[in-house]
Design a protein around this ligand. Structure first.
Ligand SMILES: Cc1ncc(C[n+]2csc(CCOP(=O)(O)OP(=O)(O)O)c2C)c(N)n1
Ligand SMILES: [Mg+2]
Length: 371
């Protein structure tokens, strides 16, 4: 049946375009380390600015050493972090010790700066249970391997903090790939509905293993997904430590004030492979793309910014590098000296009271292990 062309009563596409246009990338330092948005400059002392740089340099060295330790067969599972230091370290820098961190597998640096000893990080990499036994007063959960699952846990932890009247937030990290999981939507929606004090990070490093960001979603930004949950969403230059710091402290302030959660998308890049288990990035991304992102490097731009203020030098940087190397050497020694895990260890930590049938097996293993 021929129908007369009618004018649409409303323009749904325009509504979407209008929303998408609101998500401009927040940036304070450009690639040359120049301040391009003075109004947003955070109130950080010279010491704090230096400490932030120190942590980023240390983390880059930790990444380099972890990769070579993995190649020597001295570490197990490892997900490289270089390129994501501003996203990881500057976001953590805006947090307090009382805050809870629910990390993904690439977020070991945030755990370390929250207080997890390096030795434990190495034991986690080796699949040793002691790597997952953080001190009781350290507010962290173990790195989550199931993508996006920590988003729901974060909504729960945040609501728990609110109900207990704690002045603290629950902070989680996932990737661009993680934002496609059902858990992602459930987490931000629940936290929004209950005004739970949570900060949800999506470190958009452009790839989920080999799947490019464009295949992940039709949305122009991941930050805009906050709109459907009725919570603020921020798109931030994830290679700019000051922008990430400001976005995080703003989100934390609002969460503590009872205003609920925030979704923060940090645009960044992982320079290395997905993990050390055989991924070859040259098969899915061009060297031009890599060079473009390396120009945005967070350490390079922050170094330039600090040097212009007389706050950083090659000497300072070398001190940090030497310290990191020394700490890593010591920590790997301690990890080597940790007794190998036994089957009975796993049974002991799993149960407060062991079922009788497992008790029988436990005795059998105990006997075997004593030989
Ligand atoms: C629920 C689930 N599905 C699939 C996997 C396998 N897997 C591991 S990492 C990964 C990609 C995740 O990419 P992204 O969220 O962008 O994080 P990135 O590794 O880039 O930091 C996938 C699909 C998994 N661990 N969990
Ligand atoms: Mg990714």
């Amino acid at each position: 049946m021929a129908s007369k062309a009618k004018k649409a009563p409303f323009d749904a596409v325009k509504t979407l375009e209008h929303i998408e246009q609101q998500f401009e990338m927040v940036q304070i330092l450009n690639e040359q380390g120049e301040v391009v948005n003075e109004d947003l400059m955070p109130d950080l002392s010279d010491d704090q600015l230096q400490e932030l740089m120190r942590r980023m340099v240390y983390t880059r060295i930790l990444d380099q050493r972890s990769i070579s330790l993995n190649r020597q067969g001295r570490l197990g599972f490892y997900a490289p972090t270089a390129g994501q230091e501003a996203s990881q370290i500057a976001s953590h820098f805006a947090l307090e010790q009382a805050d809870w961190i629910l990390p993904g597998y690439r977020d070991v640096p945030q755990l370390i700066w929250h207080g997890l000893p390096l030795t434990q990080a190495f034991l986690f990499s080796r699949g040793h249970f002691k790597g997952n036994q953080a001190a009781k007063d350290l507010n962290v959960l173990s790195p989550q391997i199931i993508i996006g699952a920590q988003y729901i846990q974060t909504a729960g932890v945040a609501l728990g903090l609110k109900k207990r009247g704690k002045e603290a937030v629950a902070v989680t990290y996932t990737g661009d790939g993680g934002s496609s999981q059902g858990d992602f939507y459930e987490g931000i929606n629940f936290a929004g509905a209950f005004k739970a004090p949570a900060i949800f990070f999506v470190q958009n490093n452009q790839f989920a293993i080999s799947t490019p960001r464009e295949k992940q979603t039709a949305a122009t930004t991941i930050a805009q997904k906050a709109v459907a949950a009725g919570i603020p969403g921020i798109l931030v230059d994830g290679m700019d430590p000051l922008a990430v710091y400001v976005a995080t402290s703003d989100a934390r302030k609002r969460a503590i004030a009872g205003e609920g959660p925030t979704l923060i998308e940090t645009l960044c890049f992982r320079y290395g492979p997905h993990t050390m288990a055989g991924d070859d990035p040259t098969r899915y991304r061009s060297s031009e793309m890599e060079t473009e992102w390396e120009k945005k490097d967070p350490l390079v731009r922050f170094r330039k910014f600090l040097e212009a203020k007389g706050l950083w030098s090659e000497e300072k940087e070398n001190e940090v590098i030497e310290q990191a190397k020394e700490d890593i050497k010591q920590a790997i020694k301690e990890a080597d000296a940790t007794p190998k895990q036994k089957v009975t260890d796993l049974m002991e930590i799993m149960y407060e009271e062991m079922p009788y049938n497992l008790k029988e097996q436990y005795e059998i293993f105990k006997e075997k292990e004593s030989k």
